[in-house]
Design a protein around this ligand. Structure first.
Ligand SMILES: Cc1cc2nc3c(=O)[nH]c(=O)nc-3n(C[C@H](O)[C@H](O)[C@H](O)COP(=O)(O)OP(=O)(O)OC[C@H]3O[C@@H](n4cnc5c(N)ncnc54)[C@H](O)[C@@H]3O)c2cc1C
Length: 477
């Protein structure tokens, strides 16, 4: 029997994108199949890189006709196995990469909008906005590699959600190739457009299960003139939440980032990153990195943050703090926060969690989850950090010292179940910003079963009845 690569549908797919944009050799496929956390083995019959919406539509229409699974991919930085392909001889799957579709189609400074293609790297989008004296606020540690289509498909969050919202809130219009190859042209640049169901929102956060996003029109904001950043030390998470409430009252919408960092996380960064320096004279159990940004000048913004922090120190809410006085100092503080995921490697094997609770429940969550983890596996090191201004905690766990990595990883499900149970009991979510992918399918069924899951299944059935788009992701096989 002919293999997929010898088949006529494959030859037709290759003809659509051109031989150079149809990869089949193991060395060419490798970068598209490498999964960030090495939890999944990705197997694809081929990787296709269309250059236009028309090519994308033709590829997907052909896949629909022949029952070929399509796994959309952007920068491949997702953390839940969403861009992983599971091709077999009986059920071939291709990876459809947005990499060659990276044009910025239009930037309208007066409308404060930018229209870009799915393969535009997030950092390139930010730079284009800055060149036009505008600001695109989505910001993640992976911004050099992740792409707009991936950001929208995961409804990415990041460090500025507090003020600007998640990716969902930044989108005005979308262009999507549907699972039958038709193109939904919803690329409108309107802030007001009440015309029935808001279809674009269906595709945002859908992780490629309902279609392939080819382009989007996003909101831009005024580029901040002054940005002030500080790292402060706190005795416990309750103090961090009190600081958050006070900062919002005192600084209003100028507060754009509020990130929590436990001492264990900082210790790993200091051990891993030679350039990292302990930012304060004395170690503290908890830290918050906060940032304000305004249309006013740098000096006045720094003065505002300094006055606010001095008040908090005087009332003993803070133990200590440091204010960045230059661009490099600001970058050094952010590096401590951004390096945590990578730095956790120095602690051996790790189990990652991405939960959210109401901001008012963050301290209770950390207390209860800490207790449950310590009871389940004594010695587990908690690496808690994240976007606490959004109630989002990356509650990562590192293996106890001296334990075998494999034995620790065997506890992934049980420890994650403990952490998720605490979050859900406090009104939270087991998946704050990374999405479901393959990793959290069982949790979705457990915690969002019943009507919510039925509605999701009905939407999938209505839009992708043949189930060719990103098979198995979110809803399972
Ligand atoms: C160091 C690091 C830090 C991170 N920090 C954050 C953070 O702060 N906040 C956060 O939210 N995430 C974070 N992430 C996770 C990740 O970067 C985001 O989920 C990002 O939005 C994924 O974009 P991507 O282009 O890499 O998508 P990919 O990984 O390629 O794909 C992600 C999902 O989207 C689908 N998809 C991709 N492109 C398209 C498309 N054009 N149309 C339809 N579906 C598509 C894929 O099938 C997959 O299901 C981080 C990751 C790393 C490695």
């Amino acid at each position: 029997m002919a293999t997929f690569l010898e088949s006529r549908p494959f030859r037709e797919l290759r003809d659509i994108v051109g031989a150079d944009a149809c990869l089949t050799q193991p060395a060419e496929l490798a970068p598209f199949l490498a999964e960030w956390r090495h939890r999944y083995e990705s197997v694809a019959a081929a990787v296709l890189l269309p250059a236009t919406t028309a090519e994308t539509a033709a590829v997907i229409a052909l896949c629909a006709r022949h029952g070929i699974g399509v796994v959309p991919q952007g920068g491949n930085t997702g953390l839940v196995g969403g861009a992983v392909a599971r091709s077999t001889a009986e059920a071939p799957q291709i990876v459809l990469s947005a990499r060659r579709m990276h044009a910025i189609r239009e930037l309208d400074p007066d409308n404060y909008t930018i229209t870009a293609e799915a393969g535009c790297a997030l950092a390139a989008l930010q730079s284009a906005a800055a060149e036009a004296d505008r600001f695109f606020p989505l910001s993640l540690a992976s911004e050099g590699s992740c792409m707009l289509g991936g950001n929208l498909s995961t409804n990415a969050g990041g460090t500025n959600v507090l003020r600007y919202g998640t990716a969902r809130e930044l989108v005005l219009g979308l262009e999507v190739v549907l699972p039958d190859g038709r193109v939904f042209d919803g690329l409108r640049a309107l802030r007001k457009d009440n015309t029935g169901y808001d279809l674009k929102q269906l595709f945002i956060g859908a992780e490629g299960t309902l279609g392939f996003i080819t382009a989007a029109t996003c909101k831009l904001y005024p580029r901040p003139r002054g940005v002030a950043t500080a790292l402060v030390a706190l005795r416990d998470p309750a103090a961090a939440i009190a600081l958050h409430s006070r900062a919002r009252l005192a600084l209003g919408d100028e507060l754009i980032a509020f990130e929590l960092l436990g001492r264990q996380a900082l210790d790993f960064v200091l051990a891993w990153q030679p350039a990292a320096r302990d930012p304060l004279a004395q170690p503290a159990p908890w830290y918050v990195l906060l940032e304000i940004a305004t249309a006013r000048d740098q000096a006045s913004v720094e003065a505002d943050l300094e006055t606010f922090l001095a008040d908090c120190l005087e009332s003993e809410l803070l133990l200590d703090g440091v204010l960045a006085r230059s661009g490099p100092q600001r970058e050094a503080l952010w590096m401590l926060r951004h390096a945590v995921s990578d730095a956790q490697r120095v602690g051996g094997a790790s189990i990652k969690n991405d939960v959210s609770v109401p901001v008012s429940q963050v301290a209770a969550f950390l207390e209860l989850a800490g207790r449950r983890v310590a009871e389940s596996l004594p010695g587990t090191r908690v690496v808690a950090f994240g976007h606490v201004g959004d109630g989002n905690i990356h509650y990562n766990l590192s293996q106890p010292e001296g334990m075998e990595a494999a034995s620790f990883l065997d506890c992934w499900e049980s420890l994650t179940a403990e952490v998720n149970a605490v979050a859900v009991a406090l009104g939270g979510s087991f998946s704050a910003e990374h999405g479901i992918g393959l990793l959290k399918v069982p949790e979705l069924r457990r915690y969002r079963g019943g009507v919510e899951l039925q509605l999701m299944q009905a939407i999938k059935q209505a839009i992708d009845p043949a189930g060719i788009m990103n098979p198995g992701k979110i809803l399972g096989d």
